[in-house]
Structure formats: C-alpha cells, structure tokens
Ligand binder design. Structure first.
Ligand code: R1P
Ligand code: URA
Length: 235
C-alpha cells in the first residue's frame, strides 16, 4: 500500500500502461486482459492487472497534468518495483503534416513546468524516452503497418492558455504536439533508473482546429493501445 494506491506488493506487474483517464484503464482491462482484477480505487484512479497473451501486465490511470502523473508513477516505481511505464494518451498537433488520428512516439519532451527545479541542476534538463522502449515500439508499429511519427513534444501545465499564439513558437522549433504528463513521467523514470515511453494519439489539431469524434477516437486509440500491449510483452 502507498499513499495513493491500495494495491498490495505483487499486485502490480513490472510494466504498467498509463492512460490519463482511469475509465480508459478499465476499458483496456476489460477488452484486452485475461483474468483482470482491480488493484486500486483510491480517488477513483482505477488500476487493473491481468494477463495479455499470457504475460502479467497492469494498466492504471495517471490523471491529468504533471503533478498527478508524478505522484502515481513515483509510487509505482518506488513502492511497487515497477520497471516500465508506458503512457498512452491523447495530444494536440502543432504541425500541419501531423493529422488527427496520427500516432506520435515522444522521443523527448519540452515543458513549461518547474518540475525539474527539484534536481537543482545548473541548467535545463532534457527529458527523454527510454531508447529500448522507443525503438521496440517503433518496430511494433512498423510490423502493424502503422506510420508513427517520432519526435519532440511539449508537456504543458496549461490546457487553456491565455496566450492563444504561444504554440506557434514551439511549432517553429519542430515540436510535434502538446499534452500534459510526459515530462514528469520521463524525469521520474530517469531519476529512479527506470524506463518510460509516451505513445500519443492526436485527438485534435491546433493548426486546423479539426478534432476527432468519440467514435474515431475509439478506433485510433485501439492502434495505440495495441502497440503498447505488444511492447509490454516484449520487455
Ligand atoms: O488523454 P490523456 O492521457 O488524458 O492526455 C491528454 O488529455 C488531457 C487533456 O484533455 C491531458 O491529460 C492531456 O495530456
Ligand atoms: O490539445 C490538446 C489535446 C489533448 N491534450 C492536450 O493537452 N491538448
């Protein structure tokens, strides 16, 4: 048991898939896992463990934003001996050649958060994905004929930004899209000697204002979820 998780030691697999939405975790457990059981309901942050193709895999919500992701991922890494966390989330696109429904593997992330100040570094830190997870996920996507984009993203503290044009400066620097959790996940993983990767599906385009419908989201999230599950059984 940890401060925010009622699971017992051993209830959680070495690899955990983390969508922002705990109900997406429940959906994944029910649709893909054999013999799933719920290990956490504290604050409604549902977590499940089951078997995927015979291997023990867990899936748990992270909540929205870096503070929430940082709490849950830290406790999974330090209290439950988890080794790998694969975020499966949605993001907005900052580039005109990245369309809604595309999948992005976040090789690195920028952030407007102060999270890294805790490390007292004499400069800025560059949060990056674990290369083994990144390269395996890329190959899995290729074997499924899915054309994923690999690159830099922005982890923002803001969903609603008073400055409506600030995204353009990130876009100019090649940043592919925006979400709200990856930087905390990558920094926790790096500091603790663990592995992390964010796989993101583009839910809307900041460039064109196009957005996916709920039905479309379900289909494209399925591609992302299946890449993550196949990755979970390879690592
Ligand atoms: O779909 P999820 O994983 O929640 O991710 C994105 O969606 C939320 C905002 O709507 C933020 O959490 C953002 O990172
Ligand atoms: O525009 C978006 C879409 C998903 N998630 C975000 O944080 N921003």
């Amino acid at each position: 048991m940890s401060v925010h998780n009622s699971a017992k030691k051993g209830d959680i697999a070495k690899t955990v898939l983390m969508p922002g939405d705990p109900l997406r975790a429940k959906f994944i457990a029910e649709k893909y896992l054999d013999s799933p059981f719920c290990f956490n309901k504290v604050r409604g942050m549902l977590g499940f463990t089951g078997l995927y193709k015979g291997k023990k895999v867990s899936v748990m919500g992270s909540g929205m934003g870096m503070p929430s992701m940082s709490i849950y991922s830290y406790e999974l890494f330090t209290e439950y001996d988890c080794n790998n966390i694969i975020r499966i989330g949605s993001c907005g696109s900052y580039q005109k050649d990245i369309q809604i429904r595309d999948i992005i593997l976040a090789m690195a992330t920028c952030t407007n958060s102060n999270f890294a100040h805790q490390y007292q570094l004499p400069g800025n830190f560059a949060p990056i994905a674990n290369y083994d997870l990144l390269s395996k996920a890329y190959n899995i996507a290729g074997s499924r004929n899915l054309d994923v984009k690999v690159g830099n993203i922005l982890t923002s503290d803001l969903f609603y930004n008073d400055d409506k044009d600030s995204w353009k400066t990130w876009a100019k620097m090649g940043v592919l899209g925006v979400e709200m959790e990856t930087a905390a996940l990558y920094m926790n993983a790096t500091q603790l000697g663990k592995n992390a990767l964010s796989i993101l599906t583009v839910s809307d385009s900041i460039v064109t204002s196009e957005a996916t419908t709920p039905e479309e989201r379900e289909k494209t999230l399925t591609d992302m979820i299946e890449i993550a599950l196949d990755l979970a059984i390879e690592i």
